[in-house]
Design a protein around this ligand. Structure first.
Ligand code: TTP
Ligand code: MG
Length: 393
């Protein structure tokens, strides 16, 4: 089983669907959004009814008009589509902060950390579809997969208004991909497709079975390697979120999966210390502390808590880390443990608090002074020179 759950969400016939939503009389008709029918220019997109005539994005509108004389041509209203796009992106944020917008109507979502909140991939996909429909009146299609490439391929398979779940077991992925035509693959431009076709490679299955050496002589080493990897569904690119929130994290994988509380807690406290030292060196305070646990079956969870007031001292970080771990409980064997602080800021001032110095704030100030003293000693004598008893366990 593979570890991440990635969704690719893509709106159906986006510009055309917005036009139909705004003018329901257009429903069920061949709608073309783009240049006027008698001018030079191309189709931006068209409704699924128009696609039956072979019309598609990028086709000259004059050709489209010939293929479907009673199509309705509408101009592009970009401002309107952009405002719908913003609504969609907002919906995504309700399900995960890890969103990578690809264009105005599609995005990747890493929902791995949201599974415990909303259910498995297909459940989240349904919830997102419902939320988008409620918010915008429009439909979208969703691909669910363990990586970006597979999710993107999948969202296209049951379009429109569909959900496609890619198998998550490594064995089942190549047979799932095998029947798909090569053109479904990113980077397989017209020229590349023609070369592959001339060597009888039409599907991803053909690519899987192709002799790597021969493939290299046909399309070059780089393309051959990357196409083969993709044909087998391999893709380890990370999702790149647009607004990268500042965070500091550390994690550790146990040499052997752990079930005992003591060593797991000791490892977590070590991580909290390391993160704390880096946090203070960077000159930040954090308003959120987060633990990450990867269980033996590779499912990964995160649990977080707000730090109020924002803190950077070891004791607060250690206490919060332990509290989060104990609350979750070690109900399975642990493969990896991690600790992170997010919501970093340069000051611990909070508007409400600074009206009067609260006792919590005085406590964290004292702890901070102590932690900074420890940092000075560690800087001179090394990280192991000064440790708390519980970490030694
Ligand atoms: P797509 O998601 O590629 O297409 P679509 O949403 O219209 O249809 P599908 O159901 O197949 O996803 O593109 C999103 C929007 O981007 C599309 O509605 C119009 C615009 N667009 C162009 O303006 N020109 C183009 O060549 C393409 C491909 C899209
Ligand atoms: Mg689309």
């Amino acid at each position: 089983m593979l570890g991440k759950t990635i969704l690719h969400v893509d709106m159906d016939a986006f510009f055309a669907a917005v036009e139909i939503h705004d003018n329901p009389e257009l429903k069920g008709k061949p709608i073309i959004v783009g240049s006027p029918r008698d001018k030079r220019g191309v189709v931006s997109t068209c409704s699924y009814e128009a696609r039956k005539y072979g019309i598609h994005s990028g086709m000259p509108t004059r050709t489209a008009a010939q293929r479907c004389p009673n199509a309705i041509f509408l101009p592009v209203r970009m401002a309107r589509y952009q405002s719908v796009s913003a609504q969609i992106m907002n919906v995504f944020q309700n399900f995960t902060p890890f969103v990578q917008p690809i264009s105005c109507d599609e995005a990747f979502l890493d929902v791995t950390g949201s599974l415990h909140l909303f259910g498995d991939g297909p459940k989240i996909a349904k919830k997102i579809k419902t939320a988008i429909r409620q918010e915008t009146g429009l439909t979208c299609s969703v691909g669910i997969a363990p990586n970006l490439f597979l999710a993107k391929i999948a969202s296209d398979i049951n379009k429109p208004d569909g959900i496609t779940l890619v198998p998550f077991s490594e064995k089942q992925i190549p047979p799932f991909l095998a029947p798909l035509p090569v053109k479904r693959m990113w980077g397989a431009g017209k020229k590349m497709q023609a070369i592959l076709k001339s060597h009888n490679i039409h599907t991803l299955g053909d690519l899987q079975n192709a002799d790597p050496k021969q493939l290299t002589t046909w399309i070059g080493e780089n393309a051959a390697n990357s196409f083969r990897r993709r044909a087998f569904g391999i893709d380890d690119r990370p999702l790149v979120t647009e607004t990268k929130e500042k965070s500091i994290s550390n994690e550790t994988t146990f040499p052997e999966d752990q079930h005992n509380q003591k060593p797991i807690e000791a490892a977590l406290l070590d991580l909290a210390d390391k993160v704390g030292t880096r946090l203070r060196k960077a000159g930040y305070y954090a308003n959120t502390a987060q633990i990450k646990i990867r269980w033996t079956n590779f499912t990964t969870i995160t649990r977080q808590r707000r730090l109020d007031p924002p803190a950077c001292d070891d004791q607060t970080l250690r206490e919060t880390a332990l509290e989060l771990l104990r609350k979750e409980g070690i109900h399975s064997t642990v493969r990896l443990i991690g600790f992170a602080v997010t919501g970093l800021r340069e000051t611990d001032e909070t508007p409400q608090l600074d009206l009067f110095q609260t006792s919590e704030k005085q406590t964290t100030k004292k702890r901070e002074t102590l932690s900074r003293a420890v940092d000075t000693i560690r800087d001179r004598f090394g990280i192991k020179s000064i440790r708390r008893g519980s970490t030694l366990a």
